[in-house]
Design a protein around this ligand. Structure first.
Ligand SMILES: [Zn+2]
Length: 251
């Protein structure tokens, strides 16, 4: 019996093995960057856990603001901007686990944290009487220069997570920054307000007419950035604006 070697099949098999090997190498590389540990405490995650372990998830300071129209986030905008509702998922305090999450999201390339929190919060918002009529989600934009440095807009990642859970479209292009501002930490509240009041613009206001918009940012501190966005948006006929953030600083 002559021995028939099917070279074509062997080549396909070798190619498949190389493909599988390459995929597992990529997986190893990804797990090196995003190890399967809790983003809050660093402990290993169980198979059913994702990003945050059950213990940390239980102990994170959640606000439940989506259940009440008057809350510490909406009060920040009283007398400053007309909004429908405002919510934040967590309370932000220096040194708490929420600060760690925000830090990883903004400065350590962990955009998966934004998606994850957005999705978790989105499942609550879609059943909230204050947020269940939202028709479009707009993330507060980063200036191009910062976007180049960071590689992504953390608020947009968070918005994508919210949109996925709420089944609402996210539009990251309508609102944009018109000029770059340096770090604002040393400026007074009034100067900060002056500084941001002219830095947003809209591409196509027609798309937002008569709509309930959810404007989202990673953290609400003074509310100045969001207020500046609202000033641009509120000129659109029939628009209703609500606010969502991952965390809020309560003074
Ligand atoms: Zn943990």
């Amino acid at each position: 019996m002559p021995i028939v070697v099917n070279f074509r099949n062997n080549t396909v098999k070798t190619k498949n093995i190389m493909k599988i090997h390459l995929l597992s190498l990529i997986e190893d590389f990804v797990s090196l960057i995003f190890p399967n540990i809790c983003a809050c405490c660093g402990n290993s995650l169980w198979k059913h856990e994702e990003i945050i372990c059950t213990y940390c998830d239980f102990h994170l300071p959640k606000t439940n603001f989506h259940l009440e129209r008057e809350n510490s986030a909406s009060r920040i905008f009283w007398g400053r901007a007309r909004i429908e509702s405002a919510t934040a998922y967590f309370y932000f305090n220096k040194g708490n686990k929420v600060q760690r999450l925000i830090h990883l999201l903004k400065y350590k390339g962990r955009k998966d944290i934004g998606l994850y929190i957005g999705e978790k919060q989105g499942h609550l918002l879609k059943y909230s009487p204050f947020f269940n009529t939202v028709e479009m989600i707009l993330p507060v934009p980063l200036h191009k220069k910062k976007l180049m440095q960071r590689g992504y807009n953390q608020s947009e990642q968070y918005a994508i997570g919210l949109g996925k859970a709420m089944r609402v479209p996210v539009n990251p292009y309508l609102l944009y920054r018109s000029r770059f501002t340096e770090t604002q930490t040393r400026k007074s509240r009034f100067r900060r307000w002056q500084n941001v009041s002219e830095m947003f613009a809209l591409k196509d206001s027609g798309l937002l007419e008569g709509k309930h918009i959810l404007l989202v940012d990673d953290v609400i501190t003074t509310g100045a950035t969001l207020e500046s966005c609202i000033m641009v948006l509120c000129a659109i006929p029939g628009i209703r604006i609500s606010i969502a953030s991952i965390a809020v600083t309560v003074h």
